[in-house]
Each structure stands twice: as structure tokens, then as C-alpha cells.
Design a protein around this ligand. Structure first.
Ligand code: ADP
Length: 460
């Protein structure tokens, strides 16, 4: 196989642990092939447009990182507008939160064309191109228009909704047609593949390994689900380092007489935060033995704050947390500790390990890596319990978690109570099965499977 070229909205330095498992895994694949990682620099040029030839180049070991700036107008229409104001909410089934401003699509097309133009000039004939996520769906189509014939694969990190929901995006037809410019398209879950199949409707074959083939628009496309994982070994090692141990000891001392429940995510309406707080409130109401003891640490890192829907969510959360603390709190116990900040990645495993129960209850999630990190961080002798939404992609694999419907407040509260009371032996059993699963399907497995499937596409 030739040189690997990864394209994503943002580019991370794979040598920095703060970048997380995905950057590390892609970094290793890039390192092996002397690869190139192309994307947006994260910088916005306020006045005017960045020059046509403006590229930032950085070398990280054997890997070249090449990034471009965006003009204010492009950033606002391509990134905030179309990607995060239209595609993100609709693909997470939230038509009510989408902002279908007809001006956004122009920026989305323009940035994809600009990416294609700048990238095409850097490509070699035997490169293999791997494009990531909803920001860049039409990139291959643009590259093909410029005559690029390289093998190209696409992976969607977020869910693909059923056809009738997708149809709310005015350009749905164009978006799905653009996918046929790739040789291989990967989704997170079998549910996503099924939605794609229903949309396209011309599946020509599917085998028992889950490899699907579609024929449409005069093209053949391979489609498969590739559930993304974490770097389990790296995360366990992170948990053994001093920062994580310190965090664990600190929290354990502070909560020695209490039960700790934990939620960790970006502040995003897909994560089901208000529903989770209502379930926690119901837990305190229905099972009063938890009063004075059960404490929910909810960490919600700031995210996309210039998109309106996110500001409204923040207000709702603040008011829910305040009401729960006001109604149930005591001078020496507050039921919710809500923190609107991120936690340093090095300390995260310590926090996970100190928790008796993790609440991972998104209303919709492509995969959800927090669920997998929580399992990797546990002490196998005395593991915590994972309460997981059945609407997270991770639920297809993590059947040994306690699965909940986050819209069903009463049953979710009941399940949290069950998690708090679960006997040690059952906790160990479930943890062992979950750990084995995330180990087998870790992020290295994911990228090997995707890249071998891409290499195996006939013709390319
Ligand atoms: P998403 O990609 O939608 O944010 P995932 O659960 O798939 O959700 O991935 C989130 C990643 O970001 C995980 O690696 C997680 O550890 C990290 N993360 C999320 N929220 C926080 C936070 N508040 N502080 C630190 N890291 C976080």
C-alpha cells in the first residue's frame, strides 16, 4: 500500500497525549507509511481570505502535518453553520435544533473545494486517502472532479439517521450521492449501515462478514461498520501514572463515606444531560437511602459556544443542578457537583476509577468513547458499573453494561439504583466481559480493519 493521507477538519499532533487515542492510532498508521495529515489549522483570518498558496507545514517524526486557515466567512458558514448547525443536529436526530440557513451550504462547498484544490497539489499517484467525518462528505467528489484517481475511503464518526430524518437536510440527495465518489465508506454501527441501505435502496450484496456493496449513480461502493475503539493499553498506562493516582486518592478520600456517580462529556445536546439529571433527581426521590450519600460529579466541557442551541442547554443545566442541590442538599452534602470545564486527560482515569457508577446516557451518539475509557480505567477486583444508553453506538458492542432508554426517567433511575447495589461478583463478571470486548476492538483493530478493507476494494 502507498503513502497514507489522512484528511480531517482538525489536525492533531499524534505525539501529544492530550490529543487522545484517535490521533495516536492515526499517527502510528501515518508514521508507518511516511504519511501526510491535512486539515484546518484552527485559525480564522479576520479580514479577507487566506492566500491560495498558504499552507502551514509541520513535521512530527515521519509524518507531515499540513494545515490551512479559514476566512471568517468560511468558518462561520462551513464550520459553525452547515457542519455544526445543520449536519450535527440532523444526524443526531435533532431536527428541532437545526438552523437551515440557505447561506451555509455555499461555505460548506467552498471549503471542501478549497481543501480538495490544496490537497490535490500535494498528492502522489499511489497515495491512499482516508477522509474523516461530516465536515468533509463531498471531499472525494471534489478531488475526483480534479482528476484524482487515488483510492479513497471515508469514515463517519457520528450516526447516520434513517432516510426520513436525513431528508430534512435540503441537500441530502447531493450528500449521499457524493459518498459514491469514495471506494469505501465506514460507519460506526450496523444501525447506521442499515439506514444507509434503506436510503440508497440498491444493495447488490451483503456477506456474513458485514461487507455490503451498493450500486448507484453508475458507481459501486463498499460499505461496512467499523466501530471505533480506544487505545486500551495506553489508557491503562495513563491510569497507572502519578497524575491519575493522585486524582484517584484525592477523590477516594473525599468520598470515603459516599457513593460517587460520574458523567463526563462535552456540553452537547446529544449527550442527554438534562434527562440524566432528571433521572438522578428521581433516584433521590424514589430511593431515599441515597440521600446524604449519592453524589453526581458532572463534568461538561465547554463546546461550540457560539452555536445558539448550546447556550440554551447550558442555562437549562445550570437551573436543573441548582434546583436539585437546593431541594435535596444538606449543609454537609451537595447531590450534584457540576463543573463546566474539561479535566486534564492525565487525571481522567483516576476520576473514572473512583466512581462507583458511570452515567453515559446520550440521546444519540455515533459511538461514545467515554464508556470505553471508563471500563479501561476500572480496578478489575472492585470495578464500577457502566449505565449506558441504548442509543449510543457503543451499545451494539457493550451488551454487558446496564442499558437504558434515557428518555425513560423512571426506569433509568431504577437502573442507577440497581447499579449502586450490584453485588461484587456481578460487577466483576460484567467488567471482565466489557474489558475483553473493548480490548479486542481497540482503536488499532479499527484502523487496521478500515485500511485493509480499503486496500482490498477491487479496482480502487
Ligand atoms: P464526542 O466525540 O462526541 O465528544 P466521545 O465520547 O466519543 O464524544 O469522545 C470524547 C473524548 O473526549 C473522550 O476521549 C473523552 O475522554 C474526552 N472528553 C470528553 N469530555 C471531557 C471533559 N469534560 N474533560 C476531559 N476530556 C473529555
Amino acid at each position: 500500500m502507498g503513502r497514507l493521507v489522512v484528511v480531517s477538519n482538525r489536525v492533531a499532533d499524534p505525539r501529544k497525549t492530550a490529543s487522545g487515542g484517535l490521533a495516536v492510532a492515526l499517527g502510528q498508521a501515518l508514521e508507518a507509511s511516511g504519511g501526510l495529515w491535512f486539515g484546518w489549522s484552527g485559525k480564522v483570518v479576520e479580514n479577507g481570505t487566506p492566500g491560495e498558496g498558504d499552507l502551514h507545514r509541520q513535521t512530527a517524526g515521519n509524518v507531515q502535518l499540513v494545515t490551512v486557515d479559514l476566512s471568517r466567512e468560511d468558518h462561520d458558514s462551513y464550520y459553525l453553520g452547515y457542519s455544526n448547525g445543520v449536519l450535527w443536529p440532523v444526524f443526531h436526530y435533532r431536527l428541532d435544533l437545526a438552523d437551515f440557513d440557505a447561506g451555509f451550504i455555499g461555505g460548506y462547498r467552498r471549503v471542501n473545494q478549497m481543501f480538495a484544490r490544496k490537497l490535490a497539489a500535494l498528492l502522489r499517484p499511489d497515495d491512499v486517502i482516508w477522509v474523516h467525518d461530516y465536515h468533509l462528505i463531498p471531499l472525494a467528489a471534489e478531488l475526483r472532479n480534479m482528476g484524482c484517481q487515488q483510492r479513497m475511503g471515508f469514515f463517519l464518526h457520528i450516526p447516520l439517521p434513517p432516510p426520513l430524518i436525513l431528508a430534512a437536510v435540503p441537500e441530502h440527495d447531493w450528500l449521499m450521492r457524493s459518498l459514491f465518489a469514495y471506494d469505501l465508506v465506514g460507519f460506526q454501527s450496523d444501525a447506521d449501515v442499515a439506514h444507509f441501505s434503506r436510503y440508497v435502496g440498491t444493495e447488490t450484496s451483503a456477506d456474513i462478514l458485514g461487507e455490503h456493496e451498493f450500486r448507484a449513480f453508475g458507481k459501486t461502493l463498499q460499505v461496512q461498520s467499523f466501530p471505533i475503539g480506544i487505545d486500551v493499553d495506553e489508557f491503562i498506562a495513563l491510569g497507572q501514572a502519578r497524575e491519575a493516582q493522585d486524582m484517584y486518592n484525592q477523590i477516594r478520600d473525599e468520598y470515603s463515606r459516599r457513593r460517587l456517580l460520574l458523567g463526563v462529556e462535552r456540553m452537547d445536546y446529544s449527550k442527554g444531560l438534562p434527562q440524566r439529571l432528571k433521572a438522578f433527581r428521581q433516584l433521590l426521590q424514589n430511593y431515599p437511602e441515597n440521600l446524604g450519600s449519592a453524589t453526581l460529579i458532572q463534568i461538561a466541557a465547554p463546546s461550540r459556544e457560539s452555536v445558539d442551541a448550546y447556550a440554551a442547554l447550558r442555562q437549562e443545566l445550570e437551573s436543573l443542578c441548582g434546583a436539585i442541590n437546593g431541594n435535596f442538599g444538606e449543609l454537609d452534602w451537595m447531590p450534584v457537583r457540576y463543573i463546566h470545564r474539561s479535566v486534564a486527560r492525565k487525571r481522567l482515569p483516576g476520576l473514572y476509577r473512583a466512581a462507583s457508577v458511570a452515567l453515559v446516557t446520550p440521546l444519540r451518539d455515533g459511538m461514545n468513547l467515554v464508556a470505553k475509557e471508563f471500563i479501561a480505567a476500572q480496578d478489575p477486583e472492585d470495578p464500577g458499573v457502566l449505565v449506558l444508553s441504548r442509543f449510543a453506538g457503543a451499545a451494539e458492542q457493550m451488551r454487558d453494561a446496564l442499558l437504558v432508554n434515557p428518555y425513560d426517567t423512571t426506569r433509568t433511575a431504577e437502573t442507577i439504583q440497581r447499579a449502586l447495589q450490584m453485588p461484587l461478583e456481578e460487577r466483576q463478571h460484567r467488567h471482565q466481559a466489557l474489558l475483553q470486548n473493548i480490548r479486542e476492538h481497540d482503536v488499532h483493530w479499527w484502523r487496521h480493519r478500515f485500511l485493509s478493507a480499503l486496500a482490498a476494494v477491487p479496482g480502487g
